[in-house]
Design a protein around this ligand. Structure first.
Ligand SMILES: [Zn+2]
Length: 454
């Protein structure tokens, strides 16, 4: 028989086999026990988290002849037929390739007929978010008034693309990403079953690379097994996932800690030359730095499976780096990660980041404060100097101009002001002035005697 991928061979056959989705499987089992199953379900969640597997188990449980505590027995003819894919009442549709109105109308028309073999007709529509608007509307009608013997199970990785009118007619279950520990346990079970030996660290490397998807993890495990038979080694796992060995990461950070940029650059070059992916390398480095930070704050929280702990440099680095330095390094690597998405030459950015990390960071960060305060002091002195100059100018100006020019002009004006002269003068003189003022008319100054006269 042709080789079958691990994830197909070890697909969960009962609710109890499903890893990391206890809330969902318990709810479904209880609904089956109490015979209160819904007519439509919506399974959302990232890829490889068990949506299709749970849909198939539910389809079996709805049809099984000897259902026990909500679990299908997997031995009756209907369970076997569903497992083989030969059961005509369980219809799997890939909405990515059957996304038109016609396909959904076809489903609607056929759903009317009673199941031929089992008790319930189950439609499993995968990637349901790919349906066209018209198809969704056609499905809406069927979901609204479903025949009693039909159950719809819609599965999607992108629930936000599904109309609210569809979601409100279904029971929604959100599948979580599976934790690395759960993935490791499942891989241990599979490898023990196949009597293959393994390094624990290798399984952790695979689980981390899978990012919460069991199918991804088992696919990688398949590749690692193909790479090196009989034993799963850390080296093979790292080669397949493109990850860097923790020892190399430790060495690299040791060079950074010693401000030995040349050695750090050489390590990076070696890592990249051996085929490691730059993006993955940065991920691993950030993970290592995170472990260092957590270890400094709460050593108990870094569990034994943490890859970094396996490195001989780890504890020395935890003593050498200050938290501020670690924050700075994580920030630099994060920024580089963002730049990597926009560039075709990731190596370049990685080298620049290495140089940045190799700089004496702790000296730079606190040194910025004195530099800034020194600048502020200099500016303050300059401002004070300027203020003084302005003050002396202001003081100097009245002393130079006002006593010399203004008073003289005022005195001059006073002496020439006809009104003042008029007031100061004697009565006969005033009469004379008044007489003469007629000659000035109104052309004289404002305080002209002629105005007084008026
Ligand atoms: Zn059965």
């Amino acid at each position: 028989m042709a080789y079958q991928a691990l994830y197909r061979v070890f697909r969960p056959q009962q609710f109890k086999d499903v890893i990391g989705q206890d809330a969902i499987t318990t709810t479904l089992k209880n609904a089956l026990i109490e015979q209160q199953t819904s007519h439509a379900y919506l399974f959302c969640g990232p890829r490889g988290t068990g949506k299709t597997s749970v849909a198939k188990i539910l389809a079996k449980a709805l049809n099984c002849r000897h259902i026990e505590a909500g679990e299908p027995d997997n031995t009756c003819d209907l369970c076997v037929a569903i497992n083989n894919g030969s059961m005509t009442d369980v219809i799997e549709i890939d909405a990515a390739s059957n996304n038109g109105v016609d396909e959904i109308r076809d489903i609607r028309d056929k759903a009317k007929y009673a199941p031929t073999e089992g008790k319930t007709k189950v439609y499993i529509i995968d990637e349901v978010h790919m349906l066209s608007t018209g198809a969704f509307n056609a499905l809406l009608k069927t979901l609204e008034e479903p025949p009693a013997h039909v159950v719809f199970i819609l599965a999607t990785t992108e629930p936000q693309k599904i109309p609210a009118t569809i979601i409100s007619r279904t029971q929604r279950f959100d599948f979580r990403r599976i934790t690395a520990d759960d993935i490791v346990k499942r891989m241990q079970f599979i490898l023990d079953d196949k009597k293959i030996t393994y390094d624990d660290q290798a399984l952790m490397v695979i689980a981390k690379a899978a990012e919460g998807g069991m199918r991804d993890a088992l696919s990688i495990l398949d590749q690692v097994l193909a790479f090196g038979q009989d034993h799963v080694t850390v080296e093979n796992a790292l080669d397949v996932t493109g990850g860097a060995a923790v020892v190399q990461l430790g060495e690299y950070l040791q060079h950074v800690a010693e401000n030995d940029t040349a050695a750090a650059l050489t390590t990076i070059e070696q890592l990249l030359a051996s085929g490691k992916d730059a993006g993955r390398l940065i991920d691993d480095l950030i993970g290592y730095l995170r472990d260092l930070l957590v270890y400094q704050q709460a050593p108990a929280l870094v569990n034994d499976t943490a890859s970094a702990l396996q490195d001989s440099h780890f504890k020395a680095l935890a003593d050498q780096f200050k938290p501020t330095q670690l924050y700075h390094m994580i920030a630099v690597l994060n920024a580089t990660q963002g730049q990597l998405r926009l560039t075709n030459s990731p190596t370049l950015y990685l080298e620049v980041a290495t140089v940045q990390l190799g700089q004496p960071v702790p000296q730079v960060v606190p040194a910025q404060a004195p530099v800034a305060s020194a600048e502020v002091k200099q500016l303050e002195q300059t401002v004070a100097k300027l203020a003084k100059q302005i003050q002396t100018l202001q003081q100097g100006a009245p002393a130079a101009t006002v006593p010399q020019s203004k008073p003289t002009t005022l005195a001059h004006q006073a002496s020439r002001c006809p009104r003042k002269r008029f007031i100061r003068s004697s009565a006969p003189r005033r009469r004379k002035i008044l007489k003469r003022s007629r000659r000035f008319g109104r052309t004289c100054c404002r305080c002209c005697p002629c105005r007084i006269r008026r």
